[in-house]
Design a protein around this ligand. Structure first.
Ligand code: NAP
Length: 282
């Protein structure tokens, strides 16, 4: 595979570990770890994600509780479901698939999730603890990125890392995790000036923009590590945020799309469920 980070293989390996640990948990506590996934409405991309999460649970011996709610579900009904899941002892993790239909207030829903079951790591309590460097449930995609770097022997210490994107779900937590591992971070966004110049100086580039092949191959410094988080559906299939073929010629390591970060994200969700389950019984 040369310089291509094999997310498929890393994911397979990590899921094998999770399966063993989930079996140990089941033997010890008489029940498997449990993940509840809530989907409201009929968004086709969300439906695919939810199916993949369920398949991941089955593969790893995690019990999945699936709630496929009608598009017209009210805020009160959704909050009542979250309350029931918070109180359910067999449920260790709760994930509400975003985006919610526009009549629902996602912030209020996320706030309602018990932080002990916040396997997406998006509750302000989890985010605050992450910011303060305290143990917490960490958002899955940034955790997957760090796992990939570790497995490929990339130590962020002292490196210049450029993160493009400042979302709560990817950019901000990815930057924090890299900083905690002693990288010097630059967070870029839509108002950043001279993005190409900033990328050209980076030892590690994380692209989480949502624009097909926005990061040009010739921006990449020779030997840089490139993590492409983008998942853009195009007529030519799923494409990343980085111009892969060109960037690959310069990067020392690069993640493909598909077959890179996407698979690791679900794997880390399964791992977060296990972490939450263990914390709840300890
Ligand atoms: P988001 O919330 O839309 O954030 C996109 C970020 O990109 C924003 O911070 C935005 O800047 C920045 N941006 C937009 N245009 C830019 C430009 N021209 N120059 C520089 N920065 C620009 O997206 P997200 O949820 O973080 O997701 C980003 C991508 O990752 C999407 O393709 C998504 O599908 C993918 N994703 C993949 C996974 C996975 O598992 N692989 C998980 C989550 C997301 P402003 O803040 O200034 O608007």
């Amino acid at each position: 595979m040369g310089n291509i980070i094999d997310g498929k293989e890393l994911s397979r390996k990590k899921r094998e570990e999770i399966k063993q640990q989930a079996e140990d948990f089941s033997r010890r506590y008489g029940r498997p770890p449990g993940l509840a996934v809530v989907l409201v409405g009929n968004d086709p991309a969300s439906a695919i994600y939810v199916r993949n999460k369920k398949a991941g649970c089955q593969q790893c011996g995690i019990r999945s509780f699936e709630y496929l709610l009608n598009e017209n579900t009210t805020q009160e009904e959704l909050l009542a479901l979250i309350d029931r899941l918070n109180a359910d002892n067999e449920v260790d993790g709760i994930l509400v698939q975003l985006p919610l239909p526009s009549h629902l207030k996602d912030r209020e829903v996320l706030l309602r999730i018990d932080p002990a079951k916040d396997v997406d790591g998006l509750h302000p309590y989890s985010m605050g603890r992450l910011l303060m460097g305290e143990p917490t449930l960490v958002p899955c995609t940034p955790r997957g990125i760090m796992y990939m770097l570790d497995e490929y022997g990339v130590d962020p210490k002292g490196k210049d890392a450029v993160i493009i994107g400042r979302s709560n779900i990817v950019g901000k937590p990815a930057a924090l995790l890299l900083m905690m591992r002693h990288a010097t971070i630059t967070i870029c966004h839509s108002r950043t000036q001279n993005l190409a110049g900033k990328v050209a100086a980076a030892d590690i580039v994380v692209a989480a923009i949502g624009r097909t092949e926005f990061v040009r191959g010739d921006w990449i410094k020779d030997g840089a590590v490139v993590i492409d988080v983008g998942m853009n559906r195009t007529e030519a299939g799923l494409k990343g945020d980085v111009q892969f073929d060109e960037a690959k010629k310069r990067a020392s390591l690069i993640t493909p799309v598909p077959g890179g970060v996407g698979l690791m994200t679900i794997t880390m969700l399964l791992d977060n469920t296990l972490i939450a389950a263990r914390a709840r019984v300890s």
